[in-house]
Ligand binder design. Structure first.
Ligand code: TRP
Ligand code: ZN
Length: 879
């Protein structure tokens, strides 16, 4: 059994020692790399203990030698375990020289120094630096780094690390070396090294104070054309941070390195970001429209970390959302200026509702600031990232943009160069805005998704409109009762034409505005608006002003009205979500329920279809897409796997049938728009077209199948070819196997396209998909060393194909459990992430629940199970 050590926030103490400078030298070799580290260390005068031993972290290192102030230590002067090196007696100030040996090519966990294809690269967040050398591997130890890399000149002509290049040398035996110096102090998790036979593209950015910055993207040969979109996104991000937050870039050079085998999306190492190839590379042949947007988002996210993460970092890992929530929020604001703000918001909320709300409702629920963890890598969650971003957004909505900016300025000025806490951030916003955020802090401490219940009454004689808002929050693990949250409720009252009434509360002397942000702080609050001339429909929680579940006693007609008339586009979309949800839930309860509300939804679509224009195309496509099966599942106490699948399908078939003529017309309008262009209008048209095709295919009509076939054959971009291919596969069209083959033959050397090919097959809602996925594990296209492949095949099947994964035989569960046990030995971080779908076992019927639990128990008992997997599996069994 694994020894699971829990770390608690309440146990935080400042480090006993500080490290001023770090001089590293790497003699790169795939099987055995020698790392020399020269550290200058002193006791921390802030520490309680002034005579404690020096304890350095280290894992999977082979120690060669230690010198203290240049004197070689004998073996009885230090001791080491599998995770620590302890030196009992050290002076107040001293230097340490450590020599260690590591094995990059044997590193399959992709944490520390490893080899991806033939490129050396590092991943040090959260605790990977300790797999490179012994160190105080914690984010509150900030040091100046100088890094020398020595390697074979032919195989590794490019040698990169953080900061500026200060020297290069030619050495004997075809070796060369490069030295980098980072002028900014940083924690070890931001250290990076990349070495390989890489090409690069280069550009420049002139900052607002006229400093010239060189921008470079490094990649394996042959990918040049795919890097320009990322470069373009980078320049946009740099300009945006100056304009929105007055933040300039601070080094003379900014580099991005592209790596195939990478655990997550990308990493914000100072001056040398490392990216999963999936989040940088984009060209029309290999990247869909949504891939393009995703590249812009990730490039923006990592760039924005330079200020929120690198210049100002986290004191400890319990503060993770300080950098992640804030950076996600900044990236969302950036993306809202690049594309359509409403669609950006809709996509953000889709993600939040499907993945974060379910996390918050399950056994792994945790606050945005957790109070304990076993493995910190398990806490890079939707709650830390996405809910963390929502919490920042609420602060901005509450205090308003100008005062929020003042608070941000204080934060940047006061804490530059420091490792700080979420509390420091909130205090900055309080000072900048003059608001008291005492109660608001609960958003960081209480887990679970709050629920808002809203009732309203209109009195025609008095012309008053009463709004009653109640809040509560369900219990979550270790938090049975909750205090009320402080949140902004953005709202408007719409008349029959969809125009907003001027809003004046009883007791107010004048009209304030047509949209207001009501402050909610209590369990129950009443608001009364006056001078409302006719019965309004309220538009509530506009633009999703708080991450809550909203329950309003709307009639179906109100929802149909909002869907067509609300000037808040987010709420138009949300009205569809609510209406579709009612239709599906009613039918699940009572299969003979009338079609009346479904007809109302379809009539409203018809109303929208007559007004479809270039401008609202993209929004229309969003409205037409029904919520996912995962979304419907969240609304049920016990998930009815097959019922949800079939009822959602029934509604989509009905829409396809009733709107056949209009959908076909729309499809044909956009069918032949060629050649491919990449801009917002063209993207929206492709999205509308492919959404129409998605519905039309449900009609099982040969003429329509032929449209899909022809779209697949004639497409000049991957958005269209992948959409068509998915439709052929999902609808089991007889030619689909042939087209899948054709697609693979065409693209088999392009890893990213092969990932799409795997995912298309894993998502197919067909009875033989599980068997097919098992077969694909043995296909040359699959690769256990590449997390993208694992996510595209196993991840896609287990999280994106609910009905097949949860088939009643339990075959899906056994399959996942076997893959996790295999993967855990290679890459525990990815194994633990893959485990998520099993953790919601309590939400299913008795048969499935037992089958899932059986697999979790089996995983927990596996000999040699990693702390990563152990933590997720054991906590989900208890919760
Ligand atoms: N800090 C990174 C980001 O938000 C994510 C990250 C954390 C990461 N741990 C990682 C990336 C491990 C890759 C591997 O962008
Ligand atoms: Zn991040």
């Amino acid at each position: 059994m694994t020894e699971a050590k829990t770390t608690f926030l309440r146990d935080y103490t400042p480090p006993d020692f500080l490290i001023k400078t770090v001089d590293l030298c790497f003699l790169l070799d795939e099987t055995s790399t020698k790392v020399s580290s020269h550290l200058t260390i002193s006791r921390n005068s802030d520490a309680e203990e002034q005579s404690s031993p020096l304890i350095l972290n280290g894992e999977q290192l082979e120690l060669i030698s230690i010198k203290l102030n240049d004197r070689l230590l004998s073996e009885n002067e230090y001791k080491f375990s599998a995770t620590e090196l302890t030196i009992d007696k050290v002076p107040r100030e001293f230097s340490l020289n450590l020599e260690t040996q590591i094995k990059p090519s044997a590193n399959t966990s992709l944490s520390g120094l490893y080899v991806s294809r033939s490129i050396f690269c590092t991943q040090c967040e959260a605790e990977g630096f300790r797999r490179i050398t012994y160190f105080l591997d914690r984010p509150d130890v900030l040091a100046s780094y100088t890094t020398t890399i020595v390697a074979d000149k032919t195989r590794y002509p490019v040698l990169l690390s953080n900061g500026n290049k200060i020297s290069t040398k030619e050495l004997a035996n075809n070796q060369h070396s490069v030295t980098w110096k980072d002028p900014f102090k940083k924690p070890s998790y931001l250290f990076a090294l990349v070495a390989g036979n890489l090409e690069f593209i280069q550009d420049k950015f002139v900052t607002k104070s006229a400093r010239k910055v060189t921008l470079q993207i490094f990649f394996e040969k042959g990918q040049k054309e795919k890097c320009y979109h990322a470069m373009d996104s980078l320049k946009k991000a740099m300009a945006w941070d100056e304009q929105a937050y007055g933040r300039e870039y601070d080094l003379d050079i900014f580099m991005i390195a592209v790596i195939d085998d990478f655990n997550m999306g990308a990493m914000e190492n100072k001056g040398l970001n490392i990216f999963n190839s999936q989040t940088v590379l984009a060209d029309p042949e290999s990247a869909t429209d949504s891939d393009y947007s995703y590249v812009t988002k990730v490039v923006g996210h990592e760039y924005f970390h330079n200020w929120t993460g690198d210049r100002i970092t986290c004191r400890d890992w319990f503060q993770l959302s300080l950098k992640e929530g804030l950076t996600v929020f900044r990236e969302q604001e950036f993306s809202e200026t690049i594309g359509s703000a409403a669609i950006e918001r809709i996509n953000t909320v889709k993600l939040l509702r499907s993945l974060q709300f379910s996390e918050d409702a399950g056994p792994l629920a945790h606050p945005v600031q957790p109070d304990s963890y076993i493995e910190i890598n398990n806490f890079y969650t939707m709650t830390i990232y996405e809910k963390g971003a929502e919490v920042i957004r609420m602060m901005k909505v509450l205090v308003g943009p100008e005062l929020f900016r003042k608070g941000m300025d204080i934060y940047f000025e006061r804490h530059d160069g420091q490792a700080v806490t979420i509390e420091d951030f909130i205090q900055s916003i309080e000072e900048g805005s003059g608001y008291d955020l005492q109660q608001f802090r609960l958003w960081y401490k209480q887990s679970g998704t709050p629920e808002l219940y809203i009732e309203y009454h209109y009195k025609p004689e008095a012309k008053t409109f009463d709004l009653i808002v109640k809040q509560s929050c369900p219990p979550t693990p270790n938090q049975l009762t909750k205090k009320p949250f402080y949140l902004p409720l953005a709202m408007a009252l719409l008349d029959a034409e969809g125009q907003a009434f001027a809003l004046q509360l009883t007791g107010e002397s004048q009209v304030v505005d047509k949209q207001r942000v009501l402050t909610i702080k209590e369990t129950e609050q009443h608001f009364q608006f006056v001078n409302i001339d006719s019965k309004p429909v309220p538009s509530l929680l506009r633009n999703f002003s708080a991450p809550v579940k909203l329950y309003v006693a709307y009639s179906d007609k109100d929802l149909a009205f909002l869907m067509q008339n609300d000037s808040d586009y987010f709420n138009r979309w949300d009205a569809v979500q609510q209406l579709a949800n009612r239709i599906v839930m009613r039918r699940l309860e009572q299969p003979s329920a009338s079609d009346e509300s479904a007809n109302l939804l379809i009539e409203s679509y018809q109303g929208l279809l007559t007004n479809i224009t270039k401008e609202n195309n993209a929004l229309f496509a969003e409205l037409l897409n029904l919520p996912s099966e995962a979304y419907f599942s969240e609304q049920m106490k016990v998930v009815d796997v097959d019922g949800i699948h079939n009822t959602r399908l029934w509604l989509r078939e009905k829409i396809a049938h009733d709107l056949r003529v209009q959908l076909l017309k729309l499809y044909k309008t956009y069918q032949d728009f060629k050649p491919y262009t990449f801009n917002e209008t063209a993207q929206a048209q492709r999205r509308v077209k492919n959404t129409c095709l998605n519905y039309l295919m449900l009609l099982k009509d040969t003429a329509i199948n032929n449209l899909a076939i022809s779209q697949y054959q004639k497409a000049d971009n991957i958005t269209d070819s992948v959409s068509a291919l998915s439709e052929l596969v999902n609808n089991n069209v007889s030619e689909s196997a042939q087209f899948l083959n054709d697609f693979y033959e065409k693209y088999k050397t392009n890893t990213l396209i092969v990932c799409k090919w795997l995912a298309i097959q894993a998502y197919a809602p067909l009875g033989d998909t599980l068997q097919h996925v098992k077969d694909l594990l043995k296909h040359p296209a699959f690769d256990w060393k590449n997390p993208n492949k694992i996510r595209s095949l196993i991840g896609a099947f287990c999280t994106g194909n609910q009905a097949q994964f949860h088939q009643i035989s339990g075959g899906g569960y056994v399959f996942l459990s076997e893959q996790i046990q295999h993967l855990d030995k290679l890459n525990p971080q990815i194994a633990a992430r893959l485990l998520r779908p099993l953790t919601r076992w309590q939400r299913f019927d008795k048969t499935r629940r037992e089958l899932m639990r059986e697999q979790l128990e089996c995983i927990v008992k596996t000999t040699g199970v990693s702390p990563d997997v152990y933590e997720i599996a054991s906590k989900s069994l208890v919760g």
